[in-house]
Ligand binder design. Structure first.
Ligand SMILES: *[C@@H]1O[C@H](CO)[C@@H](O)[C@H](O)[C@H]1NC(C)=O
Ligand SMILES: *[C@@H]1O[C@H](CO)[C@@H](O)[C@H](O)[C@H]1NC(C)=O
Ligand SMILES: *[C@@H]1O[C@H](CO)[C@@H](O)[C@H](O)[C@H]1NC(C)=O
Length: 338
């Protein structure tokens, strides 16, 4: 049975490789292991000194990678009164996460050194330099009580404006399976301006908006719709400002989107294919690099690193490619094989 599974997975991967433009597979270069039993570095960020990666994690904390000797150390906790008995290394995520928090999207403001976090339960959170102060800016206990599931985030490197997604106002992150089996379109893309404290909804009625990334010149922002297998674009400047359009349909579910150093985007895409033989869905995680002009430039399968588990983020930083996932206990450096 195992051999048949391998044959099936290999065959499907071959077909996917042949069907994708500029396909490749990822080779593992290095793994950054989280302290046991923590998992799920869903998103990664680097600070203004190039230190990190900082990662979000399953136990409600942000970890910072120091070096190969120290590994990851705690940087900040999403919960202001962290119950360490419950939260440190808890086993039942469905119970603990709503209390301990579950940071997802991360992004630094490199002018101020603040780290912005999209926490699934606590909303938009700001962590001051050094991880000292943790402030909730948008969430259940603020003026926007509808928040249920905050997910993706990006910070405009010039203006410091934060773009983030509210995946759903009907379901929480712990009910993710129910959410994706639903036909939910209650998600939205929001904008937070730290200079005025103003919060604006840019686009609503989205089918589980996941990742978000602003363009290099700040003229538009991309947002992925997980359930609709597509990326939408919202213009921020020019004659089309505040109108939206389809940026790109995808053969799979988009998760985080990251702008690279040249202004292109890495989109994490997971292709869940239903296998008639095994009566279950098999996933092919990959990173897709696209240009601002909607060209697919590269497609890298991460199957050797994640098997058929989903990858959540692909990010290029200073010429190196990193990946994160919701399930794995590590973040990864990889390079495309060809
Ligand atoms: C970027 O990479 C170069 C070459 O690998 C290295 O010398 C430099 O220190 C890196 N910069 C940062 C900020 O990590
Ligand atoms: C912390 O969590 C444990 C386990 O759920 C619980 O027994 C305890 O009462 C909690 N402590 C506080 C201060 O809430
Ligand atoms: C953290 O908050 C305290 C109290 O509001 C303040 O005095 C301190 O300057 C803050 N630290 C940072 C790094 O923002």
């Amino acid at each position: 049975m195992l051999n048949m599974a391998m044959v099936l997975i290999t065959t499907t991967l071959m077909i996917l490789l042949l069907c994708s433009p500029t396909p490749s597979v990822a080779i593992l270069i290095k793994r950054f292991e989280l302290p046991e039993p923590v998992t799920g570095p869903e998103s990664l960020a680097f600070d203004r000194n190039g230190e990190g990666p900082y990662v979000s994690s399953s136990d409600g904390r942000i970890y910072k990678y120091v070096d190969s000797t120290e590994g990851f150390v705690e940087y900040a906790s999403m919960s202001p009164f962290r119950n360490t008995t419950l939260c440190d290394g808890f086993a039942d995520f469905s119970v603990g996460q709503a209390i301990c928090g579950r940071p997802l999207g991360l992004g630094f403001n490199h002018h101020t050194g603040d780290l912005y976090v999209a926490d699934a339960y606590f909303g938009l959170v700001k962590v001051s330099p050094g991880g000292e102060n943790v402030t909730r800016l948008f969430g259940p206990d603020n003026t926007y009580p509808s928040t249920m599931f905050t997910d993706g985030l990006d910070v405009d490197p010039d203006t410091g404006i934060v773009y983030f997604t509210e995946a759903s106002t009907n379901y929480q992150f712990k009910d993710f399976q129910t959410l994706i089996d639903s036909d939910d379109k209650s998600g939205s893309l929001l904008k937070y301006d730290p200079r005025t404290g103003e919060m604006t909804v840019l686009l609503s009625n989205l089918a589980v908006p996941s990742g978000v990334a602003v363009s290099r010149d700040g003229s538009f922002v991309l947002v992925g719709e997980y359930l609709a297998n597509r990326i939408q674009r919202v213009w921020l400047k020019g004659p089309r400002a505040y109108s939206s359009e389809l940026f790109m349909p995808l053969a799979g579910r988009p998760n985080n989107i990251k702008r690279d150093s040249t202004g292109q985007f890495w989109i994490s895409v997971n292709n869940f294919l239903r296998s008639p033989i095994f009566q279950r869905r098999i996933n092919f995680p990959r990173g897709v690099r696209v240009s601002e002009n909607r060209m697919i430039l590269q497609s890298v399968f991460l199957i050797a690193e994640y098997g058929t588990e989903a990858a959540s983020e692909i990010q290029e930083y200073n010429g190196t490619l990193y990946s994160g996932s919701l399930q794995a206990s590590y973040a990864t450096i990889f390079r495309p094989f060809f």
